[in-house]
Design a protein around this ligand. Structure first.
Ligand code: 13P
Ligand code: SF4
Length: 351
């Protein structure tokens, strides 16, 4: 784990490694920024490359993806888009498991990331070796892992899944009489268990960002805004999920903001999502769910420190130099492809 969790950081951008990456970023004047954006657009075209960005990355990168025929999406949709797009190079702005998933699915494509240091606490919290031992100890269970895992862990799994289809997949497996071994996110696992009633054995890791949402402070905020709907990502603690009007993946939360009648929403997920969510509902008011309150301080403050490492400067650098290419051992990739492809096929069957 590269972030010092003992120290209050107050803002994800002050996490030591994030700070180092961000401090290496030049301060662009507005004219320079426009030049950099124009250069990136040129290089994307020249290199037959497409930019795929997660909702939690900087709005700067999300807007570039939109303006260049790329895509801003949740982790499932990023995988699907990268798989179906004809470009020979995928630039994945997000965290490492997203780049690895793209490479698992597209070995013939070059997959580059603005930084290879962008981790995920769920991935870090589920190392391949102890996870394999856990699976070996429970051979009667079907192994389902969240996409937020390494290629090695995916290679050991029967299924890969993301939050957007997790409930549906577990319902399906439960109906077939399967007992589940779930990893790594305990909150998401517990939530699915509650909804489906399936027999699930859970690995014990969590997201450092969503873990910080505070249900008491959220309760107070709801009292102050009784008219507001509450949107919660299922990586959040159980008490926070219980207060939600809608629970779902990042894309599903944006859809819920559109669909639900509320004019105001309290949003419990990374604040990077506000860029696209506000675009989807320009007439509605969005309020960030509390990560502090009653003496508590937040370390991540609703922004993933690893997503924050993606910027214009390192995006330009990888396009100029071809650095930060994702490579995966072929034996691991082939085994990880089985469980990852099943995820895409299952998602397609739901459409
Ligand atoms: P989504 O699949 O909802 O995009 O979630 C990915 C993630 O890392 C959330 O923290
Ligand atoms: Fe991982 Fe949480 Fe960051 Fe998502 S927000 S990438 S789950 S640490």
């Amino acid at each position: 784990m590269s972030i010092d969790l003992a120290k209050p950081l107050f803002d994800a951008r002050n996490a030591p490694e994030t700070r180092r990456v961000l401090q290496s970023a030049p301060h662009y004047t507005p004219e320079e920024r426009e030049q950099v954006r124009a250069r990136i657009k040129h290089l994307l075209r020249e290199q037959d490359a497409v930019l795929v960005a997660h909702y939690y990355t900087d709005a700067e990168l999300q807007s570039l993806a939109e303006e260049t025929g790329g895509h801003v999406a949740d982790s499932l949709e990023m995988a699907r888009f990268g798989n179906e797009h004809p470009a020979s190079t995928l630039i994945v702005a997000g965290v490492r498991f997203m780049g690895e998933t793209a490479k698992i699915l597209n070995p013939e494509k070059r997959v580059l990331m603005p930084t290879l240091e962008a981790e995920c606490s769920l991935d870090l919290g589920c190392p391949a070796e102890p996870f394999a031992e856990f699976c070996d100890a429970h051979p009667d269970r079907t192994v389902v892992v969240y996409a937020n895992t390494s290629a090695e862990v995916k290679a050991r799994a029967d299924w890969v899944v993301t939050s957007s289809i997790a409930v549906k997949l577990i319902e399906h497996l439960d109906a077939e009489g399967e007992k589940i071994l779930w990893a790594p996110d305990r909150h998401l696992g517990h939530y699915i268990q509650q909804v489906t009633g399936a027999d699930m054995l859970l690995w014990n890791a969590s997201c450092v960002v969503h873990d910080e949402f505070k249900f008491r402070a959220l309760g107070k905020l709801i009292e102050e805004h009784p008219e507001a709907g509450v949107l919660v990502h299922p990586e959040s603690p159980e008490e926070v999920i219980r207060m939600a009007n809608a629970v779902g993946s990042t894309t599903q939360l944006i859809e819920a903001a559109r669909r639900l009648p509320h004019k105001t929403f309290i949003v419990a997920t990374d604040r990077g999502i506000f860029y696209k969510m506000q675009q989807a509902v320009p007439e509605k008011t969005l309020i960030a769910a509390p990560t502090g309150g009653a003496g508590a301080t937040c370390r991540m403050c609703a922004h993933c420190p690893w997503m924050a490492m993606n910027g214009l400067h390192n995006l330009l650098e990888v396009l100029e130099t071809g650095a930060n290419e994702i490579t995966i051992d072929e034996d691991i990739r082939v085994r990880a492809l089985r469980s990852t492809q099943r995820m895409l096929d299952f998602a397609r069957s739901l459409r």
